[in-house]
Design a protein around this ligand. Structure first.
Ligand code: GUN
Ligand code: ZN
Length: 430
């Protein structure tokens, strides 16, 4: 039986940072008709109800119905070490991250962690995430099985690293290639799952491993490739020492065939002009991880400059370097980081980044991340008065954007009234 969801609705005809705020479409009393996992019609609520009398109606009143949030860069194995104190990137990896990732050698622990992460994400309104895993193939199986059981569109790949990581957390060039190839065969394109070829970052892969993964990508060009790029200055200096022949950090990846339109680079903070030009030319995606970049002390992403150049940009929590599972908190951090650079991002631009922008960065802009006929029905319903502090500010609002902005700046999982995945309501975890 079809469902009709009624509430305020927000959709996009284009990216508001490029096309202007008028590219965002807000309906005060809008409706969505869902059937068999897809959005079949959009319009004024009363018209939809009249045209489809057989549909089940879910009236969310003043709440906002949006495409579900899309988190374009996550490390699900780091779920339990979020908010670990006092380290910068390399120290943080060695002190907190690698010991935790070692524990996913146990498939039961990996399963429990994947389920915990996905349930937390859903509770925060995130319906798709693109995740790193660990070197253990079973950690990929655990993630995909948990996402599949929840009906979610999800992306992930085996994190490959064969050096500069502790014993027990290193694969080899050959095993990284062969295990990744076997996982592509097992999971890529199954249900709503996509495999992403995943060298962790240049410092933890030998040239041989990067070359093997470049060859694997050439053999599977429909997969995305994700890695980290230019996150902290110490890391960049380390890459320069490890790959002295490379022109810059991006050149390391490019020289091994790891640059192209399906490349998704996390962080991209301290880019050289040549790197920016090459990223644009190649059509790669850049993922902004603002809570992580401030939490680990990495630096300030140049949203305005990169956008003005025409770069493709998505938004992400970077759990567990990021300090929140919430894409609302992540939008707030993106706003504050942009303010430090002299730009005030409009609420429409922030919302686009967390939905359609991340979808486009992951090559999924025609399936998820927006409300449009034919799109997959992954939705979040947001209460715009979820706490007393937000409610009293929103009550003063004289426009929709003014009413939305307090939720962007102060909201979290308490604002998530309902989540729909693949056209079905999600029972609230816990
Ligand atoms: N660079 C390499 N690995 C990681 C990671 O797990 N988190 C972050 N933030 N940066 C990284
Ligand atoms: Zn990361």
């Amino acid at each position: 039986m079809p469902d009709i969801l009624i509430g305020q609705t927000l959709s996009f005809a284009a990216d508001p940072q490029i096309a202007g705020v008028s590219a965002a479409r807000h309906e005060t009393r809008g409706g969505l008709l869902l059937d068999s996992g897809r959005i079949r019609a959009l319009g004024a609520a009363e018209d939809l109800v009249r045209a489809h009398p057989q549909a089940r109606v879910h009236d969310y009143g003043q709440a906002l119905i949006s495409a579900g949030f899309i988190d374009a860069h996550v490390h699900y194995p780091q779920t339990a070490i979020i908010a670990s104190w006092g380290k910068r990137l390399i120290d943080w990896l060695n002190t907190y991250t690698f010991p935790e990732e070692m524990r996913l050698n146990d498939p039961a622990f990996a399963r429990a962690t994947a389920e915990s992460c996905l349930d937390l994400m859903l509770a925060h309104g995130t319906t798709t995430m693109c995740s790193y895993t660990t070197i253990h193939p079973a950690s990929v199986d655990a993630f995909f099985a948990a996402a599949q059981a929840r009906g979610m569109r999800a992306l992930a790949g085996k994190t490959c690293m064969d050096r500069n990581a502790p014993e027990g957390l290193r694969d080899t060039a050959q095993s990284a290639h062969d295990d990744s190839a076997a996982l592509i065969a097992r999971w890529h394109g199954v249900d709503r799952l996509s495999y992403v070829i995943t060298p962790r970052f240049a410092p933890t892969s030998s040239p041989e491993q990067l070359e093997a993964l470049g060859a694997l990508w050439a053999a599977h060009p429909d997969c995305l490739m994700q890695t980290h790029l230019s996150e902290q200055t110490d890391e960049i200096a380390w890459v320069r020492r490890l790959f002295p022949a490379a022109r810059d950090y991006l050149d390391v990846y490019e020289s091994f065939g790891l640059l192209g339109r399906g490349a998704v680079f996390g962080h991209c903070i301290h880019l050289e002009p040549r790197e920016r030009a090459r990223l644009l030319e190649a059509g790669a995606a850049l993922i902004h991880c603002p809570t992580s970049n401030t939490f680990i002390g990495s630096g300030l992403f140049d949203m305005a400059g990169l956008k003005a150049e025409g770069q493709r940009i998505g938004l992400a929590t970077d759990i567990g370097g990021g300090s929140s599972f919430s894409m609302l908190r992540t939008m707030a951090a993106a706003y504050e980081v942009a303010q430090l650079g002299g730009t005030a991002l409009h609420p429409a631009a922030l919302w686009w980044l967390a939905t359609a922008g991340s979808a486009a960065a992951l090559g999924l802009g025609d399936r998820i991340g927006n409300l449009a006929v034919g799109m997959e029905a992954d939705l979040v319903v947001i209460d715009l008065a979820s706490t007393p502090a937000i409610a009293q500010r929103a009550a003063r609002a004289e426009s929709f954007w003014e009413a939305l902005f307090p939720t962007i700046m102060m909201g979290d999982d308490r604002a998530v009234r309902a989540v729909w995945v693949n056209g079905a309501p999600v029972a609230r975890p816990g």
